[in-house]
Design a protein. Structure first.
Length: 66
């Protein structure tokens, strides 16, 4: 009986690890796609002079306030 509980614990931890890896891969892909779209927009004539930004080339982190 003890071996059964140990096996289910390992199975649960494995599934959680796989889910974490999947989420990490998806977020990295989305970040890469966003940068590619931004590069394409700039290449197609996206001009920064109309919309000056103080955070050009920097990652912006927004933290929610409770």
């Amino acid at each position: 009986m003890r071996n059964f509980f140990f096996f289910t614990l390992i199975t649960r931890l494995t599934l959680i690890g796989l889910a974490g890896m999947l989420i990490s891969a998806c977020s990295s892909t989305m970040e890469g796609m966003g940068k590619d779209l931004q590069t394409m927009g700039n290449a197609m004539g996206g001009n920064q002079s109309n919309n000056p930004s103080q955070t050009k080339g920097k990652d912006v982190v927004v933290t929610p306030v409770k």
